[in-house]
Design a binder for this molecule. Structure first.
Ligand SMILES: Nc1ncnc2c1ncn2[C@@H]1O[C@H](COP(=O)(O)OP(=O)(O)OP(=O)(O)O)[C@@H](O)[C@H]1O
Length: 458
């Protein structure tokens, strides 16, 4: 019979017990160490790993209280929590056994033991130890994967009234199981908020799975979300787990939910309603427990009114709604975000000591940022890469196509920059002031006021 690759330590003051234990265990376990003095325990534990320890209850001649055994047991468990220890006593005292188990002993054998019973007890303790180690390994792999999938937690920057309200909402709802709908234009930070909700929820040690519903084709939708069985369709060469199953116990982030066709909406609704899915080509229902966070830049109420979005699905996903304002509506966050991205990119591109001039910050704050924070982020990244000087000026941010066509003048002031930006937008929109205003994120009155100020005539 093949020996189990385990190291067993037997501690007893009786040499006969040690001798017999060695003979009984040797045929089954690869490595047996015997020791007559419990005082050696710490030394032995410091220098070796033992899968199982057999520990006698009494050491002083005539002692029967088991106190010494319990003392050494505590010592072992304190030193190596999770260590498998089997207590041995000649007296079969149940009370002592219970006490030892409470302290953390794995099991108990009564001397004189039956050989098979001793082997079986050691074997069971060894197996238990192995499975615990496997569980720990899987746990650590899982948490590593979770971190990888969740990405590093980035700080949401903002001090505007609008952002403060959003921080309060995140804190209020993150810990609940409520489904959340995040609304906002492109680049306003919807995914960031979704991740923050997950990271602050009790599910934060489980996965955050994102599905970009805007980019999934109709025929791959079901397989992507619910998985498939091997052979379910031509390309299904093996079983595949869908996003719902992957997100089980965690959070499923359904991005661009406004882009789903009605048939896909129906399938999604069924899965959310019943909290179970059926893999394509399968016939068994698989329960899934995931918290749903959805996001869109569409106006879902309008889509519902137009018959393009199911009202019942909207009610399933919008228990709480979070509205992210455009960047132009939270102007006071712009300098903060600009400084934040400057830090990030100066580090990334190893350009230390870069600063943004007051004029440039004012310019950035007055810009409309149709692409919102993502656009600002890219503008700063670009400026950092291109910077020749250590102080970034408004001209460093003029690499934008709207104003780049004729190239920026060598030296400009803020008003010139704004004038040029408006002119370019009007030219680009073939003189349509409303369209130019919209592109710049300005109201019609504001654009006319600015045109008047700069003497722009059309
Ligand atoms: N408040 C913020 N603080 C710091 N960075 C932010 C903030 N909001 C957004 N960002 C950054 O801006 C970029 C766009 O954010 P995000 O992807 O969350 O936006 P989104 O609304 O989901 O965009 P889309 O609708 O295009 O998918 C990301 O790089 C994100 O890290």
């Amino acid at each position: 019979m093949k020996k189990v690759p385990a190291h067993i330590l037997v501690i007893d003051d009786d040499p006969d017990v040690l001798h017999t234990a060695r003979i009984v265990l040797k045929p089954h376990f690869s490595n047996i160490t015997v020791e007559s003095s419990p005082e050696q325990i710490n030394y032995l534990l410091n220098h070796n790993h033992y899968d199982v320890i057999l520990l006698d209850m009494n050491y002083t001649t005539g002692a029967t209280s088991g106190k010494e055994g319990l003392f050494w047991l505590k010592n072992v468990i304190n030193k190596n929590p999770g260590q498998q220890v089997i207590m041995m006593t000649a007296y079969g005292d149940i009370k002592l056994a219970v006490e030892a188990m409470k302290i953390g002993a794995a099991d108990f054998v009564v001397k004189p033991w039956e050989n098979e019973k001793l082997q079986a007890t050691v074997y069971a303790a060894y197996n238990h130890h192995q499975s615990r180690q496997e569980v720990e390994l899987l746990k650590s792999k899982n948490s590593g994967l979770t971190q990888l999938l969740g990405g590093e937690e980035a700080e949401i920057i903002g001090r505007s009234e609008a952002m403060r309200k959003i921080f309060v909402t995140i804190d209020k709802v993150a810990g609940t199981e409520a489904n959340i709908l995040i609304l906002g234009d492109n680049g306003t930070g919807k995914e960031m908020v979704a991740r923050a909700l997950h990271n602050k929820s009790p599910r934060n040690d489980k996965v955050f799975i994102k599905v970009d519903l805007g980019s999934i084709s109709e025929n791959l939708f079901e397989s992507e979300l619910f998985g498939h069985k091997k052979g379910a369709f031509t390309d299904a060469r093996e079983d595949r787990t869908g996003r719902f199953e992957l997100a089980d116990q965690g959070t499923l982030f359904l991005d661009e939910i406004g882009n789903l066709s009605l048939p896909m909406q129906a399938k999604l609704l069924t899965a959310i309603q019943h909290k179970e899915i059926v893999r394509v080509g399968g016939n068994e229902s698989i329960p899934v427990d995931c918290r749903i966070i959805a996001a869109t830049n569409s106006n879902l109420n309008q889509l519902v009114a137009a018959g393009k979005f199911r009202e019942d699905l909207l009610y399933r996903i919008n228990t709480v709604e979070v509205h992210l304002p455009r960047l132009s509506e939270r102007e006071e966050d712009i300098p903060l975000l600009a400084e934040h991205f400057l830090q990030v990119y100066s580090q990334k591109y190893r350009k230390n000591n870069l600063t943004i001039s007051k004029k440039a910050l004012d310019f950035l704050s007055s810009f409309s940022w149709p692409g919102n924070i993502r656009e600002l982020q890219h503008a700063i990244e670009r400026a950092v890469i291109m910077a020749d000087d250590s102080i970034l000026q408004p001209t460093d941010f003029l690499l934008n196509e709207k104003v780049q066509t004729s190239g920026p003048p060598d030296s400009v002031n803020m008003d010139e920059v704004e004038k040029m930006t408006i002119e370019k937008a009007i030219v680009k929109n073939k003189g349509n002031i409303s369209k130019a205003a919209k592109e710049l994120g300005l109201g019609r009155t504001t654009i006319y006021r600015k045109m008047d100020k700069y003497g722009i005539r059309y």
